[in-house]
Design a protein around this ligand. Sequence first.
Ligand code: SAM
Length: 236
Amino acid sequence: MLIEAVTVFPEYFEPLRLSLIGKAIESGLIDVRIHDLRDFTHDRHRTVDDTPYGGGAGMVMKPEPWGEVLDDIASRVQTIELQPQPTLIFTTPAGTPFAQSAADELATHEHIVFACGRYEGIDQRVIEWARAHFDVREYSLGDYVLNGGEVAALAMSEAIVRLIPGVIGNPESLIEESHAATSDGLLEYPVYTKPATWRGLDVPEVLLSGHHGEVAKWRRARSEALTAERRPDLLP
Ligand code: SAM
């Protein structure tokens, strides 16, 4: 998979080089290209924003540099022989909430581009224009407002990339997770490791019993209780 991101803060994406995603880059499972939007400006100040039509507070990202960087990305698509239209994700608090189901689907894509907004967001015409050249999505990380789309793009990238076969050492660990399609909508049960007693707190007896059936029953019950308490909206 090729992941590209357009941003005015390329340094934000350095953490992608760490941990399991870093290893996935090293092993060639994914390739990451970060584009500085200011490289697609032509004035001395490398301006990417301007005042909003209609008035109001804040600044809006100008369409011209976005058009140029997206042209540049689109022009290279044929030469890298990927899906016919790259998926272009605009990160926005006004987007569809990003969920595990979206990560599952996007993990099968070959080419994903993140557009990271700043200020009051990107001139709407960029999104409209892009629909002719990209498979455009608008996703929100959650019901709150960040200063920019970089953190959202990082979080979404990690959720997607860890699902690519070979990225996580033991693929079994993806099966019984909170929000996994295979988990019946249940949150994951609490987990424990050695020692069996720590600061006067014991690991639940059943987990030491070696009875797989009993362990599975206990985990299911804990998952159901936790989901009912914290996220009743997820229960079937
Ligand atoms: N004025 C916009 C609004 O009210 O919808 C918010 C702009 S926000 C300050 C600047 C940029 O941060 C957005 O263009 C978007 O790229 C990103 N952003 C902020 N919150 C986000 C969220 N919850 N999910 C995804 N991206 C977000």
